[in-house]
Design a protein around this ligand. Structure first.
Ligand code: NDP
Length: 463
């Protein structure tokens, strides 16, 4: 233990989400004396109001789609209907089970848990609830929360947390935001039977993703039956009885039973007492950290959404694990923020790893391989909304894989394997030397032979 006097803990973690829990658990398993405070729910956003309940609801929506398509394969299932209450009960049971496991895992390795918020009173001092404690090192892993645009009537809209307390499914929904949450929630509610309008302010959803994938995603959502309003931003929301009337900046009016703002998230730094510790936050509240995840105060660290870098659960857990190994396991290492695979669980879903076509072209000559096709199953269902797009971005000359992108069923499952290839700098020739598994969509990634186009010399050219 460093410092001039012994502290209550070697490490105190503020925030019991994915990143904080992983760090606490691994640090304790290395022999550190660890405390952790969580004031809302163990497992944080991902387990309680994010990835886990969302994915279960996406699964529920997919059953509806399968039920509709089953007739093409000879099934008669009668009139499909969905009971929201059954889904909510099953979802909440699983969420509570996982949240309990998170807390249980901490107890199993001797971490002291505090069911309350903690805030700094000094550089090594905190109040966990009302209890004063001190720690040699402190980790800020408090995550973030959804934000609402500052427009008149914003209070009449819901945010993503509210999805998980809704007692009934709204019949007509306006989803605002073209990011991960906007698309996933819109697609999921549509699959469960709601009439969904998705409005986003850009011409395409998912800024930052590969352009062609973004186009294919917008097409797929429209083909699935959602109403898409590109280039639209709400200006005002008013109540009309139980309904919401949303006036867009350009004058268009949308009526809905529920309006969701899926317009981004902001770090949870308010009330943390950062000033008392001397920790400086960036404009917007995110905490700046160096390559070792330390804040401007060297013994205070931060990770996950509160740092607003790559705001994904597996990134926070990877960083936390590496930090605990470095500080307490005598195994200094860094988790990489490069080539983080990502997925959006729409129907069909999409997933990406590595550089987009435009990013690769900006760096130098690249070859682009694409396949656009109807998966075998949908040659029978004739569901045109389920066409797949698969794409490889390859460095010209070296043949190194720079990126892989897919829209289509099982894209997130397939991309996990492709991420191994991209992260490890495998070449297109090594993919070509791999035998495909037939008949699958995944085999396309090892059987694309001729580039669709070459880019990166300033002009995109067809091959
Ligand atoms: P995103 O940052 O992904 O998207 C926010 C969307 O809201 C963008 O389309 C943005 O437009 C738009 N927007 C922002 N401000 C306004 C405004 N004032 N008026 C209208 N539109 C606005 O945020 P999300 O809330 O969807 O998700 C938060 C984060 O959670 C994600 O970035 C991701 O890190 C994580 N997440 C990951 C998931 C996954 O891995 N599958 C699932 C869900 C969340 P513009 O592009 O123009 O800025």
């Amino acid at each position: 233990m460093s410092g001039t006097r012994p502290h209550d803990f070697d490490l105190f973690v503020i925030g019991g989400g994915s990143g904080g829990v992983r760090t606490a658990r691994i640090a304790a398993s290395h022999g550190a004396k660890v405390g952790i405070a969580e004031g809302r729910f163990w497992g944080g956003t991902c387990v309680n109001v994010g990835c886990v309940p969302k994915k279960l609801m996406v699964n529920a929506a997919e059953y509806g789609r399968w039920a509709q398509e089953a007739a093409a394969f000879g099934w008669s299932l009668g009139e499909a209907s969905h009971d929201w209450g059954t889904l909510v009960r099953a979802r909440d049971l699983e969420v509570n089970r996982i949240s309990g496991i998170y807390k249980g895992m901490l107890g199993n390795v001797g971490v002291t848990t505090f069911d309350c918020n903690a805030r700094f009173t000094g550089p090594h001092e905190l109040l966990a609830g009302e209890r004063p404690i001190s720690a040699d090192r402190i980790l800020i892993a408090v995550g973030g929360h959804p934000v609402r645009p500052d427009i008149p009537g914003a209070e009449h809209a819901l945010i993503s947390d509210d999805m998980f307390t809704l007692k009934e499914m709204p019949r007509r929904v306006l989803m605002v935001g073209g990011g991960y949450i906007g698309l996933e929630f819109a697609s999921m509610l549509h699959g469960l039977g709601a009439e969904v309008t998705l409005a986003y302010r850009q011409s395409l959803p998912l800024r930052g993703f590969d352009h062609e994938l973004r186009e294919a995603a917008a097409e797929a959502l429209a083909a699935d039956g959602l109403t898409i309003l590109p280039g639209e931003t709400p200006a005002e929301i008013t109540l009309d009885g139980e309904a919401r009337r949303v006036r867009m900046v350009g004058g268009k009016v949308v009526e809905a039973d529920a309006v969701f703002f899926a317009t981004g998230r902001t770090p949870n730094t308010r009330g943390l007492g950062l000033d008392a510790a001397g920790v400086v936050a960036r404009e917007g509240g995110a905490i700046a950290v160096d390559d070792d995840h330390a804040t401007n105060v060297p013994h205070i660290y931060a990770l996950g959404d509160v740092t607003d870098r790559v705001n994904l659960t597996p990134v926070a857990t990877a960083v936390g694990h590496a930090l605990a190994d470095t500080l307490f396991g005598n195994r200094p290492r860094h988790a990489s923020y490069e080539n983080v695979p990502k997925a959006v669980f729409t129907s069909p879903p999409m997933a990406s790893v590595g550089l987009t076509e435009d990013e690769a072209a900006a760096r130098g000559p690249a070859e682009i391989y694409t396949a656009r096709f109807t998966p075998l199953r949908h040659t029978v269902t004739r569901n045109t909304g389920k066409r797949a797009l698969m794409k490889l971005v390859v460095e010209a000359g070296s043949g190194r894989l720079l990126g892989a992108h897919m829209l289509g069923e099982d894209a997130p499952e397939i991309m996990q394997g492709m991420a191994v290839a991209v992260v490890n700098g495998l070449t297109k020739a090594q993919l070509d030397a791999t035998i495909g598994i037939h008949p699958t969509a995944a085999e396309e990634f090892v059987t694309m032979r001729v580039p669709t186009r070459r880019v990166g010399d300033g002009v995109a050219k067809a091959a």
